[in-house]
Design a protein around this ligand. Structure first.
Ligand SMILES: [Zn+2]
Length: 657
């Protein structure tokens, strides 16, 4: 495996990737826009040059109506020009404060167009709005919160939003819903100060927004067939406004380099590769839904997503993140990808040179699903999926995500890891399996061993949270991880049709034995006798018991049966929810951002059709490694029930029978 990773590392052409990156960031890649279509044509040309077969640019309708499962098509929207000019006291225009496209990122996605000559609009400070009518006004959001629905209902025609507290003079991404009646500007702190001053003085602005319709939703696909069935889906989302260099021009370009490396080894492929570049979530949803019955297009059994893979770690502030396949889809894929990261050539060595040292860093994290890998990893599709990306990134979704934030050495590492993993998986014959089994066994052993103590920096539980690291849940956590570890080794059966199952059973038994031994330690002296047998503490049998010092997670209710079509889609759930629930869901996301998103996704994935609410909460906490608020989970299940996304009636969590 080290050999495969190093070969891919040596074969990477940083100048070619740099040229492709420079070209790609010139396209303004809003979903379903002329810019996205232009980028798709360019990527398709490069994919052909890379040596992929059957390269196609699909063009799905972008009418805001079409649904792929619950994923709604965006409305075709290509911004042409936008300006916001403050009017002086004499009503004469000043210099424009905001000009698009000269200042990228400043115009909100799906902004409503104005009349050709523009509109004159009074500026109203959000902090001073008393709730009265706002006919033809533009609301300047000068305190936190984005009151889109309220101000639109009051008759406002636009909003101006600042980038929040930041020393950088940059604009943050702003997205309005399909068919928005508002235009929106997302401005830098210095621009916001000028506009607030004008609004405070009772001023007005002239605003012009011109938009073209007619572009479709472009999805580029290509493939490399294997000599046998199955293989890996590779995706990198094409969208986001220019430049969005790391998110996600870097992923698109990295995947082109992966395609070149794989095409050069095509004669050795036993399993195929499927490549997809499309607008995030909705592009892949359209593709997977339209071709769900066609194994020539969707016959993959694993997936790797590349999103934000080029970050200069020192500048952007975060490590390379390997986001693991979710725990309902245990797979050797995690172990292989992580081993490939470890197999990169070290950037330094210790004083005696005995130990490899690196000047960059990486982490493996539990599944979150905030990008395209959410779709294949859903229970409804069920393909183990890993993502490579970076977090945190201080320039994420801002106008400052520019080419200078990309480090070609980092891009090279990600390409080498992905290519090495693909060569390992797609070229492996029976003789190669023992090596993959050993590293998967080692990976599983570490997963089990790490139950002994919470990782340093584990997220602290608050009142009302179920803490996956609380002492009393440790035995259940160990059982959870035992199953993931053993099933990860078992998943290798798909690579040799089961011929190595006997050998693998030895590894599985060893992992079982390791877990049994750890039970003695984590269960403590009092139940050590029973714990060794592994019965009394085994998994979900006791998932319903209230834990001392923890909120009672009683599981006496019926099984929760997911009833929504296709992959879980939080955005669609929010749209289906009642007004009060919509506000509640949005508030949770505003308060806790990715943590709330990851919690909701883990809770959705916990619903296997058998678990009740209590067991679902515990599973989600073990899988996400997040403390999960029991009231929050209970409310989410109620929202799912009320929207018809859940079949059956969830019992109130914690209620006595
Ligand atoms: Zn992204």
């Amino acid at each position: 495996m080290t050999r495969l990773v190093r070969a891919a590392y040596q074969g990477f052409d940083p100048d070619l990737a740099g040229r492709e990156l420079r070209e790609l960031v010139t396209f303004d890649r809003y979903q379903a826009s002329a810019g996205a279509e232009g980028a798709a044509v360019y990527v398709a040309e490069r994919a052909v040059a890379a040596g992929l077969d059957d390269v196609e640019v699909h063009r799905y309708p972008a009418d805001g109506q079409r649904r792929w499962w619950t994923f709604a098509a965006p409305m075709s929207w290509t911004p042409e020009r936008a300006e916001l000019t403050l009017l002086g006291v004499d009503g004469r225009p000043d210099e424009p404060v905001v000009s698009y496209p000269e200042q990228p990122y400043r115009l909100a996605f799906q902004s409503a167009p104005t009349a050709d000559q523009g509109v004159v609009t009074p500026l109203v400070l959000w902090s001073r709005w008393s709730g009265g009518p706002l006919p033809g006004c533009t609301v300047v959001v000068d305190t936190p919160g984005l009151p889109l629905v309220a101000v639109a209902e009051a008759g406002a025609i636009g909003v101006v939003v600042g980038g929040g507290p930041s020393d950088d003079d940059l604009a943050r991404r702003l997205e309005l819903p399909n068919g928005s009646t508002l235009f929106g500007f997302s401005v830098s702190p210095s621009q916001l100060r000028r506009i607030i001053a004008a609004a405070a003085a009772g001023g007005s602005a002239r605003v012009t927004v011109s938009v073209r319709r007619g572009a479709g939703l472009p999805v580029v696909t290509g493939r490399l067939p294997g000599s046998g069935p199955g293989g890996v889906l590779l995706c990198a989302h094409l969208c986001h406004p220019a430049p969005s260099a790391n998110d996600n021009a870097s992923g698109v370009v990295a995947l082109l380099a992966v395609a070149r490396a794989a095409a050069a080894r095509r004669s050795q492929l036993r399993r195929g590769l499927w490549f997809v570049w499309g607008p995030e979530f909705v592009g892949l949803a359209a593709h997977l839904h339209e071709h769900r019955a066609d194994p020539a297009r969707t016959g993959f059994d694993l997936a790797i997503n590349l999103d934000m893979v080029g970050e200069d770690q020192r500048v952007c502030g975060g490590p390379l993140i390997v986001e693991r396949s979710p725990d309902h889809l245990p797979s050797y894929l995690n172990a292989v990808v992580e081993r490939c990261v470890e197999s990169l050539p070290p950037t330094g060595r210790s004083f005696s040179s005995a130990v490899a040292c690196d000047t960059w860093s990486w982490r493996a994290t539990p599944f979150v699903g905030a990008s395209d890998h959410l779709l294949p990893a859903d229970r409804s599709i069920g393909r183990p999926s890993v993502q490579l990306g970076h977090w945190p990134d201080r320039y994420h979704h801002t106008s400052a995500d520019t080419l200078d934030k990309v480090d070609r050495a980092e891009l090279r590492r990600v390409v080498a890891v992905t290519s090495g993993a693909l060569a390992t998986i797609c070229e492996a014959g029976a003789a190669d399996l023992p090596e993959i089994e050993r590293l998967t066994t080692a990976w599983g052993a570490e997963l089990i061993r790490s139950c002994l103590q919470p990782p340093a920096g584990a997220r602290e539980a608050g009142p009302g949270d179920f803490d996956p690291w609380c002492d009393d849940a440790r035995a259940d956590l160990l059982e959870h991880r035992r199953r993931v570890a053993v099933a990860s080794v078992g998943s290798l059966s798909s690579l040799d049709g089961g011929s190595g199952d006997d050998r693998r059973r030895t590894a599985e038994r060893w992992l079982d034995g390791l877990a049994d031994h750890l039970h003695v330690i984590v269960a403590g002296e009092t139940v050590a006798g029973e714990a060794v047998a592994g019965e009394a503490v085994a998994g979900e049998a006791v998932a319903g018991e209230a834990v001392a010092g923890e909120p009672a997670v009683v599981d006496r209710g019926p099984s929760l049966i997911p009833g929504w079509p296709g992959p879980f889609n939080l955005r669609a759930l929010i749209e289906d929810a009642s007004e009060a629930d919509r506000a509640w869901l949005s508030e949770q996301l505003a308060l806790d951002g990715p943590g709330a998103y990851a919690t909701f996704v883990a809770l959705a994935h916990s619903l296997d059709g058998h678990r009740g609410a209590g067991a679902a909460i515990r599973w989600a906490a073990f899988a996400s490694q997040l403390p999960i608020s029991v009231p929050l989970a209970t409310r989410l299940f109620a929202v799912l029930r009320d929207t018809g996304w859940l079949a059956g009636d969830p019992a109130p969590v914690g209620a006595e029978p």
